[in-house]
Design a protein around this ligand. Structure first.
Ligand SMILES: [Ca+2]
Ligand SMILES: [Ca+2]
Ligand SMILES: [Ca+2]
Length: 413
C-alpha cells in the first residue's frame, strides 16, 4: 500500500552554527529584597523630610521620573519601616527594593524572546546568526504564567521524529516512548522532535540550555516521523490513539498531511476523550489548508517573530488558522549527536535555533498544558476557549488568524 507522506514542518533554516558566545550572568528567580533600603513615595514631596525624620530616617535619592525616593534604612528593619510608613497619610506608598534577576537560571534563556522579550539582541561569535532586538513584550508572558503554575506533571504528547536520548535538558522529561515508524531506532536522528519537545518542556532553572514554555510538563514521545522527517497518516493516527491512552492532556503535531478520514476520526476520538490537539499551520507563506491543523478539533498555529509580525513563511488566513505564536529564531534542544537533515549529516551539540510553524505549535500546546494545570476540572472545549480568547490582539494581523498571539499568562488566570 502506498503511504501518504507526512512531512515534518521542519525548520526552514536551522542554524547549526556552533553556539559559543558567553553565557550571561544569572541569578535565582526568588531572592529576598535588597537590604538597607526601601522605596517611599510621598503624596506631597514637601512632607518627605519631616515624615522621614519622625522615623529616624533621612531623605534619599529620587528614582528617575517616578518621584519615589530610595531611602536608606537599618538592615533588618525594612519590613517594619515599610509598614509604619504605609500607615502615614502623607505617604502614597512604601515598598521593598526587590532584586532584579534573570527570569530563569538557564544559560540560553536570554535568547528565548518568545518567553520573555525585553528587546534583547544577540549575534553569535561566528557572526552567522543575529537576532535583532525586537519589540518589548512581543512574547507569551511565560515568566508571569509560571507564578501561577509551571504545569507540574501535565502530559503533552509530541508526535514527531522522536526525542533524543542524550540531551539532559529534555531526555529526562520523557515519561513514555513509542515508535510508530517501523524499523528505525526510537531515538531522534532528525532533530525536529527534540527541538519541539524542548519548546514544550525543557527543564528550567538547571543552569543548562533553555527553559520549556511549560517547564513542569512531561513528554509522551510518539515517534511518527522517520529519520528523514517523513511518516504516514496511519502512523500518525496510531500515535494520536497511543497519546490518549497514555494520558495526554495536549497533543502537539508540528507536521502536515493531506486530508484523511482516518486521521480526522483519530483527532475527533482524542478530543472526545479529553485531549486538546494543536498543530502547525504550515510554512507555505500562503492560505493553503493542511491537516490535521485544518480540522475543526485541532488548533492551527501560525508563526510570528520578535516584533509580533507574521513570519514571512507562515501559512495564514483567519478562516482556518486559529492563533499565532513565535516561530522565528526559536531556541531549543537538539540531539547531542550526529543526525541527518535533508541529505547532510549534522553534528549537533544539544541546542540550536529553529524557524517554522513547527516551533509555534508547541508554544501553544504548552500554554494549553499550563491552562489545564491551573484548571484541572476543565474540558478540552474550555481550555481551547481560554487559550484562544485570551490571546493578545496584534494590530494589523486580524486577517491572518482568528485570534491573537498566544499569551500563556492570560491563559492560566
Ligand atoms: Ca512579557
Ligand atoms: Ca534548562
Ligand atoms: Ca483547526
Amino acid at each position: 500500500m502506498k503511504k501518504v507522506v507526512v512531512a515534518g514542518l521542519a525548520a526552514l533554516s536551522m542554524g547549526f552554527g556552533a553556539i559559543t558566545f558567553a553565557a550571561p550572568g544569572n541569578a535565582a528567580t526568588q531572592s529576598p529584597p535588597i537590604e538597607g533600603q526601601v522605596i517611599v513615595k510621598f503624596r506631597d514631596d514637601r512632607a518627605a523630610a519631616g515624615v522621614l525624620r519622625q522615623h529616624g530616617l533621612g531623605e534619599g535619592e529620587t528614582i528617575g521620573s517616578t518621584r519615589a525616593q530610595l531611602v536608606n534604612v537599618p538592615a533588618g528593619k525594612e519590613r517594619q519601616l515599610i509598614e509604619a510608613l504605609s500607615r502615614n497619610p502623607a505617604v502614597e506608598y512604601a515598598e521593598p527594593d526587590e532584586l532584579v534577576t534573570a527570569a530563569t537560571a538557564d544559560e540560553y534563556f536570554p535568547r528565548q524572546y518568545a518567553l520573555q522579550n525585553n528587546g534583547q539582541q544577540f549575534t553569535n561569535t561566528a557572526g552567522t546568526l543575529t537576532i535583532a532586538g525586537g519589540k518589548v513584550d512581543a512574547d507569551v508572558d511565560a515568566v508571569e504564567a509560571w507564578n501561577v503554575t509551571t504545569g507540574a506533571g501535565t502530559k503533552v504528547a509530541v508526535l514527531d521524529s522522536g526525542v533524543a536520548n542524550d540531551n539532559p535538558d529534555i531526555t529526562p522529561k520523557v515519561v513514555a516512548r513509542a515508535n510508530f515508524t517501523g524499523g528505525e531506532t526510537g531515538d531522534d536522528n532528525y532533530g525536529h522532535g527534540t527541538h519541539v519537545a524542548g519548546i514544550v518542556a525543557a527543564t528550567a532553572n538547571n543552569t543548562r540550555g533553555v527553559a520549556g514554555t511549560c517547564p513542569g510538563c512531561t513528554i509522551l514521545d510518539g515517534k511518527v516521523l522517520n529519520d528523514s522527517g517523513v511518516g504516514s497518516t496511519s502512523s500518525l493516527a496510531n500515535g494520536i490513539n497511543w497519546a490518549v491512552s497514555n494520558g495526554a492532556k495536549v497533543i502537539n503535531m508540528s507536521l502536515g498531511v493531506r486530508a484523511s478520514r482516518t486521521l480526522e476520526t483519530a483527532v475527533n476520538n482524542a478530543w472526545n476523550k479529553g485531549a486538546v490537539l494543536v498543530a502547525a499551520a504550515g510554512n507555505g507563506g500562503n492560505q493553503t489548508k493542511i491537516y490535521p491543523g485544518a480540522y475543526p478539533n485541532v488548533i492551527a498555529v501560525a508563526a510570528t517573530d520578535n516584533n509580533d509580525a507574521k513570519a514571512s513563511f507562515s501559512t495564514y488566513g483567519a478562516s482556518w488558522v486559529d492563533i499565532a505564536a513565535p516561530g522565528v529564531n526559536v531556541y531549543s534542544t537538539f540531539p547531542n549527536h550526529t543526525f541527518v537533515l535533508g541529505t547532510q549529516n549534522k553534528r549537533s551539540f544539544g541546542y540550536d535555533v529553529g524557524n517554522g510553524t513547527s516551533m509555534s505549535s508547541p508554544i501553544v500546546a504548552a500554554a494549553a498544558a499550563l491552562a489545564w494545570s491551573s484548571n484541572p476540572g476543565a474540558t478540552p472545549t474550555s481550555i481551547r476557549s481560554k487559550v484562544e480568547s485570551t490571546a493578545d490582539k496584534i494590530a494589523g494581523t486580524g486577517t491572518n488568524w482568528a485570534h491573537g498571539r498566544v499569551n500563556a499568562n492570560n491563559a492560566v488566570r
